[in-house]
Design a protein around this ligand. Structure first.
Ligand code: ASP
Length: 315
């Protein structure tokens, strides 16, 4: 019987102790991932997930999240979901309650969340709104009609926002989606991913976090993997699935992550930004890779008192 373990990307430390507590009490990998991720989504100081996430080009927070189970490869995700603070739970409900479907986006995802009794909340905090506006000011464009001379404001605003997306690099400090992967005492594995996506994204944009094979993949025959960073690259690279295929060929987790990232990194991309990956095997081995030195991921086993940081291998 494997020892229960839970791992996560940067900033998952906020939720991993809660997830490990679920596993220690005999809870499932899915329960653990959901509980851990909800803590991250509720962390107001984190501007890349849940409440307080940075908004899209129109100033509206849109969230993507997914869960995938290793034994069955059942998958549930939501994309561009507005107004619901815990998209990981809505993604779980898609997996468990909606016959046949794997993914819901936009209005349909919100309708499903409402029908299933999830509560709405204001996701844009004062702090995230201020961060969003600060970056827009840097473009020299007005926000919300402050510049009354801009009569064709809508058109100019949109073109400025799109220009910003091109120039936008992740700002200093912790950034990116959160990945959490759990292995429970019965040997089931679950991969969970949650994000507000990159700031200033085009409204309706769905990233890799909601897309199976891109930001999330879990197959108990080999392991689970998840990505953070430029989602368009991992969608084009099928990166999370590539990691798991490399695990199936016998590669160690950090090497599998490194090779899959290198493959995606070789794609032509005018908006190149870093991609990171994380993996866990059914016998509890784990590893990660990133484009820069000093990147880490966090691990807890049943014996841990707190998350332990491990270095990711570098591309
Ligand atoms: N992967 C996320 C996305 O493309 C963004 C990130 O992790 O920074 O939506």
């Amino acid at each position: 019987m494997p020892e229960a373990v839970i791992i996560g990307s940067e900033r998952s430390e906020v939720g991993l102790p809660t997830g490990m507590e679920v596993l220690r009490r005999g809870g499932s990998a899915l329960d653990a991932v959901e509980a851990a991720m909800r803590c991250c989504e509720d962390n107001l100081t984190d501007h890349y997930v849940g409440t307080g996430g940075l908004p899209n080009a129109q100033g509206v927070v849109e969230l993507d999240a997914s869960v995938m189970l290793g034994s069955s490869r059942r998958f549930g995700s939501v994309g561009a979901l507005r107004g619901y603070p815990n998209p990981i739970s809505v993604a779980r409900a898609v997996l468990e309650k909606l016959p046949q479907h794997c993914m819901l986006v936009g209005e349909g995802a919100a309708l499903f969340a409402r029908e299933n009794g999830f509560s709405t909340a204001e996701l844009l905090t004062e702090e995230s709104r201020a961060l969003w506006r600060e970056q827009l000011r840097a473009s020299g464009e007005s926000v919300e009609g402050e510049n009354t001379a801009a009569l064709d404001g809508d058109r100019r605003y949109r073109s400025a926002a799109l220009d910003l997306i091109r120039r936008l690099a992740p700002h200093e400090g912790p950034w990116g989606t959160i990945n959490i992967i759990a292995l429970d005492a019965l040997g089931e594995m679950c991969v969970g991913v949650s994000t507000s996506g990159y700031p200033y994204k085009y409204p309706g944009r769905v990233g890799d976090s909601a897309v199976p094979g891109a930001g999330n993949w879990c197959d108990l025959r080999a392991g689970g993997a998840a990505c953070t960073g430029r989602g368009e690259l991992s969608m084009r690279g099928g990166t999370a699935r590539s990691v798991v295929e490399l695990l199936a060929l016998g590669r160690e987790p950090s090497e599998a992550c490194r090779s899959a990232l290198a493959e995606a990194d070789a794609l032509p991309d005018d908006f190149r930004a870093e991609l990171r990956a994380l993996a866990l095997t059914p016998d509890g081995r784990h590893g990660g890779a990133a484009g820069q030195q000093g990147s880490t991921y966090a691990v807890m086993t049943e014996r841990s008192t707190q998350p332990e940081l491990h270095p990711r291998s570098v591309l």
